[in-house]
Design a protein around this ligand. Structure first.
Ligand SMILES: [Zn+2]
Ligand SMILES: [Zn+2]
Length: 246
């Protein structure tokens, strides 16, 4: 069996190691430790001005959107580095539906980087991470829970504990696409349960999911946790969808 270059690299001192290839386009990365090149970094749809509660893209930074003002969510804050758009949407789809681990992991690491920066600037560190659960049927069908994989990568990168058994999805909810906010909330109200051994009281928890769309799932879970006494619930996700039509 031929030795791969990767295995030879292990025997070289780090300063002579060649730069890694960008994980998105394959070009030589600009920084020895950066997983993607500057060009690809610039092409990602970074979320700049957004609602300071739910991260909905807005024209001006530092504002709260109309929906959050009218009906303050049970979660305190959504942290998302990107808006859901090209090329991130196809990366997330590949991760979710084709079990593309390398790209999923890359996105997880970039999200960890975003959160590390937020912890330094303004965001209180949570006590633990809770992946948004999948119903058993969906889990069997897909073979893995992408939110749980993301939470695992974040836990490692940020040295935070993760609890995979606290939240349960009791039943399959019909596809949420095409439903309005009120219908989604109704749909979700009975879908989730908290395990008897969950100790949420007084704790700062962070839900982890891949994409935040209307926020109805996050709202249902945050409400459940707040009712169980959680001091604060945040939401960490890869991407936030813009308002339909934006
Ligand atoms: Zn690149
Ligand atoms: Zn909002």
């Amino acid at each position: 069996m031929a030795l791969s270059f990767a295995s030879l690299d292990r025997w070289r001192p780090s300063w002579t190691r060649p730069r890694l290839a960008c994980q998105l386009c394959g070009a030589q990365a600009d920084h020895p430790r950066a997983p993607i090149c500057n060009g690809c970094q610039a092409d990602l749809p970074w979320l700049r001005a957004s609602c300071q509660v739910c991260a909905l893209p807005l024209p001006v930074a530092g504002q709260t959107c109309g929906a959050c003002l009218k009906r303050p969510p049970a979660f305190a804050r959504v942290e998302a580095p990107w808006r859901y758009g090209f090329p991130l949407d196809s990366l997330i789809t590949r991760f979710k539906h084709q079990a593309d681990w390398p790209h999923g992991r890359l996105l997880g690491e970039l999200l960890a980087e975003h959160l590390r920066h937020a912890f330094d600037e303004h965001l209180p560190r949570p006590d633990l991470l809770l992946p948004v659960p999948l119903a058993a049927g969906r889990l069997r069908q897909r073979g893995f829970n992408q939110a749980e994989m993301l939470a695992g990568w974040l836990a490692r990168e940020l040295a935070l504990p993760v609890e995979r058994q606290w939240l349960h999805r009791e039943r399959e909810t019909p596809a949420q696409q095409g439903l309005d906010g009120a219908a989604r909330r109704r749909n979700l109200r009975q879908a989730f349960a908290l395990s008897a051994r969950a100790a949420a009281a007084g704790r700062h928890l962070a839900l982890v999911d891949d994409v935040l769309t209307t926020g109805a799932t996050a709202e249902a879970l945050a409400r459940l946790l707040r009712r169980a006494g959680a001091a604060r619930v945040d939401v960490y996700c890869l991407a936030r969808t813009p308002k339909p039509g934006d």
